[in-house]
Design a protein around this ligand. Structure first.
Ligand code: GDP
Ligand code: MN
Length: 390
């Protein structure tokens, strides 16, 4: 799950990562009040920042420096409500509903610091680079030597010498060096304790006074660990998510929209992947990933059809369910029921295998729903191909 910059900063601040003051605002008046408040605390430079779940806001015009409260007002009214386009939003952009007004810092140098899981090494990795403000992927391609990494043994955790080595790699000295070591230790602790998948500070900056602070913050949380972080789960902002995916998750379905023409309804992520391969083999392209989970019933099946059919690119639907705990006859009844309630206007290919598959086949054949039934996966693929070329 992604969270906004202001939320990521609140989390990281609570672990001791040094972050300049900031106040989130939803209206221009709130932004002005926020700037007044920061000014009272001594701020003379402000930054007005669009809060959307995408990076690259600066280049898209979503991050603006202001030298006065009046300038904050101007930038706030420009940014709030804008459709911000960045390289991460797609061409349609994302509507800005909130802005963060922060205490602006003077920058002597920008750095990159990020933590994530290195799956190949089965260890978390901390990456730093002296090319701050530039995307780490770009640095990795153009100047890989500028990146320093430390892998964290899960049984030992981050050891101080590793943080020192990273700070040294950034060329820091004196107090800035010490602050950077503390910064990295705090960031790593936050990453681990919140079960994050990414904690990235780009840029971390050194001020002319030699202080190290985070100017930007990105935190992605592991969805599978949110059950033990109820307070973090509440940070979800559904405005930033695809509305169909939100609707699907409300019905216990894992749905991800893709660009293809064959909708698929499957149980289990592994079977979903295999089914998507089969669709490709048949000359189609999957229109979605959809896992109905282990409790497929008439309602979830109907909801799944509804969601798949919202996508106008869908030219055929392949239902591929393995009946283990969920019995095939129940799924078949669900398909028949769903076909009564909604207009499935594209060819429907159904493959039900496993518990009560025979009964399921009989039910489907006896129904007046137009279904191409398949037993083997190859057969299903051929029927999808026939449907697409018909
Ligand atoms: P992003 O473009 O979405 O990654 O947003 P950032 O928060 O990283 O801001 C983009 C750029 O704006 C940074 O790389 C900085 O160069 C600049 N910036 C952001 N905050 C400050 C600040 O407090 N002071 C100064 N001088 N520049 C800032
Ligand atoms: Mn940034």
């Amino acid at each position: 799950m992604k969270v906004h910059e202001y939320q990521a900063k609140d989390i990281l601040r609570s672990y001791g990562v040094p972050i300049p003051g900031g106040v989130v605002a939803e209206t221009v008046d709130e932004a002005v009040a926020a700037a007044e408040e920061l000014k009272e605390d001594g701020a003379s430079l402000f930054v007005v920042k669009a809060q959307i779940h995408a990076g690259g806001r600066g280049k898209g015009g979503g991050v603006k420096l202001a030298e006065s409260v009046d300038e904050v007002r101007t930038h706030a009214s420009d940014i709030l409500g804008m459709q911000l386009v960045t390289h991460q939003t797609g061409p349609e952009g994302q509507k800005v509903r909130k802005i963060l007004v922060t205490d602006g810092v003077d920058i002597a140098q920008e750095y990159y610091v990020g933590v994530t899981l290195d799956r190949a090494k089965s260890m978390n990795v901390i990456m730093v680079s002296s090319e701050g403000g530039v995307e780490i992927e770009t640095v990795a391609e153009e100047n890989p030597d500028a990146i320093h990494k430390a892998w964290i043994d899960p049984t030992l955790g981050l050891r101080p010498f590793q943080a020192r080595k990273l700070a040294f790699g950034l060329g820091l000295e004196g107090d800035a060096f010490k602050q950077c070591v503390r910064f990295i230790m705090a960031l790593y602790e936050a990453f681990e304790e919140t079960d994050s998948t990414i904690a990235e500070i780009n840029p971390m900056v050194r001020t002319p006074d030699g202080d190290i602070v985070a100017v930007d913050a990105k935190v992605n949380l592991d969805d599978n660990a949110l059950f033990r972080h109820k307070d973090l789960a509440d940070l979800r902002d559904i405005h930033e998510e695809d509305p169909t995916e939100v609707e699907a998750s409300e019905h216990g379905l894992s749905y991800i929209k893709l660009d293809g023409n064959v909708g698929c309804m499957v149980n289990g992520a592994g079977l979903a992947m295999a089914t998507m391969d089969i669709i490709k083999l048949s000359g189609g392209e999957p229109a979605n990933f959809l896992d109905v989970g282990g409790t497929a019933n008439a309602e979830t099946v109907e909801e799944a059809f509804r969601i798949i059919l919202k996508d106008e690119n869908v030219e055929a639907i392949l239902v591929n369910i393995f009946g283990g705990i969920v019995r095939c006859d129940r799924v078949a009844k669900g398909v028949i029921e769903a076909a009564k309630n909604i207009d499935i206007h594209v060819p429907l290919i159904v493959r039900l295998q496993g518990t009560n598959a025979e009964e399921a086949k009989e039910l489907l054949e006896a129904s007046d729903v137009e279904i191409e039934s398949a037993v083997l996966l190859k057969e299903a693929a051929d029927k999808v191909e026939a449907a697409l070329t018909a």
